[in-house]
Design a protein around this ligand. Sequence first.
Ligand code: FES
Length: 317
Amino acid sequence: MKMIVEKIVNETPDIRSFRLVRPDGGKLAPYEPGAHVDVTVPGGPTRQYSLCGAPHDECAYTIAVKKEPASRGGSRALHEEVSERSELEVGAPRNLFALDPAANEHVLFGAGIGVTPLLAMAWRLAAEGQAFTLHYFTRGPEHTAFADLLGTPPFARHVRFHYGVKPEEMAHTLDACMNAASPAAHVYTCGPAPFMDAVVACAAKSRGEDAIHLEHFQAAPAAAGAGGDAPFEVMLAGSGATLVVPADRTIVEVLADAGIAIDTSCREGICGTCVVPLLDGTADHRDHCLSKKEKAANDQICLCVSRARSARLVLDI
Ligand code: FES
C-alpha cells in the first residue's frame, strides 16, 4: 500500500528513523515483534526493514535505516531522496524472527542497526513484564540509535550498552553476557554477520539451536554445493509440467521464463516471500529465512536461491 512519511528523525549521523502512516491516518494491520516490511522508494529498489515502533502506535509503522556506504540504492534513496510527506510503497508485515512464547527469559544481542527488530521485542517484553536483557553493541554513544529511549524506563534496567568492543574482545564479552542469563533463556541476535556468528557460537556452548534465533539483513553470497552447481528438474504438481533448471539459473527465473510468476521481494533468500511447499525430492537449502528445523523437514523451499540435491524436485504449485 501507499504510505506517507510523516516524520524523519536523525537518530545518529548515519541512521534515520521514518514514521510511516496511511494517507487517511487510519489504523494499520498489527504486527508481532521481529516483523519486517518491504519498502519501495518510487523508481527504486525494494528492501526489507524491521518495524521498531511502539506497539501502542497503531497508526504508524516506524523503520530505521542506516546509510550504507556500499548501498545498492535502498538506503541511499531513503536517506537522500525521501523527505517528510514523501510517498512510499510498503508491504504487509511479515515475521521470520518471532519471540518464542515458550521461553521465560530472553536475551537480545544487537549490533548497530541490527537493534531495530530487538527494539520491537523489547517493547513487547517490557509491556508484559517478562524477564529480558538487551545487549546493544555500537562503536560509541554517538552511533547508538534510540539511546535516549533505551536509557529511560521501562527499558533502562534491561539494557546494557557495549561501546567499541574490539573483535578480539568480543568472545570474552559475549561469554560474560551469556553467563549472566539462565541457561534456559532464549537468545536472539541481529547485526553484521561476524557479530551474529560470534553470538551463535557463544550461545551454542550452553543451549540448543532451538533456543537461538537470528535475523539476517543481507545475504552472504549463496554457496555452491560440493562440486559446483548442477542442473536439475522441477515438476509442478498442479500442471504436471517439468522444467530444467540449468546450473547458472534460479528456479524463480526458470519459472518466469515459462510464464509462471512467483511472488518475490529480496531475491536473496532473506524475506521468505518465494517459499513454496515441496512435495518430493531433496532441497539444497541456501536461504536465510527457513530455520534449521524447517530445512531438515524438507517440505518447503525458497525458490529464489535454493537448489536441489536430488535429480528432481516436485513443487506444490
Ligand atoms: S524473494 Fe525473498 S526469500 Fe526469495
